[in-house]
Design a protein around this ligand. Structure first.
Ligand SMILES: Cc1ncc(COP(=O)(O)O)c(C=O)c1O
Length: 396
């Protein structure tokens, strides 16, 4: 069947929740993907920060093949070998002592908020349930996580929202202090806001949040669904600031493209989850966690963090040069290989123009071009994207 027919069938049978580009991708390798007609694209979207290792990393492919032949799924009634291996790896390389596995970022954040509420009721008092989150944040599309998301556009049509959330501006310590009351149990945020426009924390902000949470006995929850697993040049974004959260959520790239989510938890807090308190049929399933072990190992063993830092610095410096030439570029920002370019106009048409030049990029918040290449990206590939971007800007 040709791609036009397939796209028509998609319109007919798939729920209309995505504004899609008229491209049907069928194959991927490294930094490249190909459509049904064989057209090649340089992928600076990476499935929205999922394919950090590049597409179809051979170690991940092999692990999936091997595991699929052995055991695809069993219930969490039983111990699961790759689940144990992935949890051990995550704890060994982070602040965490325990891991809960699920299947997506939203689910991980649901778990984090459930755990925070339960821990608070048991340890802080029965009326402690309120979670402070940030304006422009994004935490997912389930009812609780869309409520946690500090952007009205995601709330519309789904009211009444979940009770127990308060929003404050990102990077405003005073607002957090003012927002805390006798009901507050946690502060939850993305250490770098992704969907909200690649907004970075100002110097000392995350450290100050940690101090306030310690002083007031509140939990600090980091949503690293988008920025975890190497995207910022460190395994976890919190490492840049010399502090640790109490709970951290992961998903996206954790299993090299296989759906997964995880909740990383400090010891004293993990104790609030006991058998029956929280669960997921597929969470930590053999196939996903086997992929996760392979992805984790490849990320650490193949110099990807170093490449991410190096290419991230280079890419950012090149985008700075572009900014100097075009006055409609307001700011470039980001860390590692999550980079944003804020324009003083809509950026949607630029994404389309880049696509016509065989390059996939994304635009968020309407006017922030977002670049999320695989962490294996080369200097030549960065140069190609920067050159194409300049061409598109010059023709505007
Ligand atoms: C920071 C953050 N949290 C949560 C989510 C939700 O993840 P999922 O779409 O896997 O539910 C996303 C998705 O983009 C995200 O960027």
């Amino acid at each position: 069947m040709d791609s036009q027919t397939m796209m028509m069938l998609s319109e007919k049978y798939v729920a209309n929740t995505y504004a899609r580009y008229p491209v049907l991708l069928v194959r991927g390798k490294g930094t490249r993907v190909w459509d049904m007609e064989g057209e090649e694209y340089l992928d600076f979207v990476s499935g929205l920060a999922v394919c950090n290792l590049g597409h179809c990393h051979p170690k991940v492919v092999k692990a999936i093949q091997n595991q699929a032949e052995k055991l695809i799924h069993v219930s969490n009634f039983y111990y699961i070998e790759p689940q144990i291996q992935l949890a051990s790896l995550l704890c060994k390389h982070s602040f965490a002592d325990k891991v809960f596995f699920c299947n997506s970022g939203a689910e991980a954040n649901e778990g984090a908020m459930k755990l925070a509420r339960k821990y608070a009721k048991e340890n802080m008092g029965k009326d402690r349930y309120e979670i402070i989150t940030m304006e422009r944040s994004f935490h997912g599309r389930t009812l609780a996580t869309l409520t946690a998301t500090g952007q009205e556009k995601f709330h519309k049509g789904y009211e009444p929202l979940m009770p127990g959330f308060k929003y404050v501006p990102f990077n405003d310590i005073g607002a957090v202090k003012k927002g805390i009351n006798s009901k507050t149990c946690a502060v939850m945020l993305e250490p770098i806001q992704g969907e909200g426009g690649v907004n970075c924390p100002s110097e000392g902000y995350l450290k100050a949040l940690r101090e306030i949470c310690d002083e007031k006995g509140l939990l600090l929850i980091f949503d690293e669904v988008q920025v975890g697993m190497g995207r910022t040049g460190k395994l976890f974004a919190y490492e840049h600031d010399g502090i640790e959260p109490d709970i951290l959520t992961l998903a996206k790239s954790l299993a090299g493209g296989v759906p997964i989510g995880a909740l990383l938890i400090k010891k004293g807090i993990a104790e609030s989850f006991n058998p029956g308190d929280h669960a997921s049929t597929f969470g930590g399933n053999p196939l996903a966690t086997a992929a996760g072990v392979a992805a984790f190992t490849a990320l650490l063993d193949e110099g990807m963090l170093e490449n991410c830092r190096k290419m991230g610095d280079y890419f950012l410096s090149q985008l700075e040069e572009v900014k100097k030439k075009f006055p409609f570029v307001k700011e470039v920002r980001g860390k590692g290989l999550i980079l944003g370019m804020e324009l003083d106009m809509e950026g949607g048409s630029i994404v389309t123009e880049m696509m016509q030049r065989g390059i996939l990029i994304n635009c968020t918040m309407g006017n922030v071009l977002r670049f999320l290449p695989p962490l294996i990206v080369t200097k030549e590939e960065v140069d190609r994207v920067v050159k194409a971007l300049e061409e598109v800007f010059e023709n505007m």
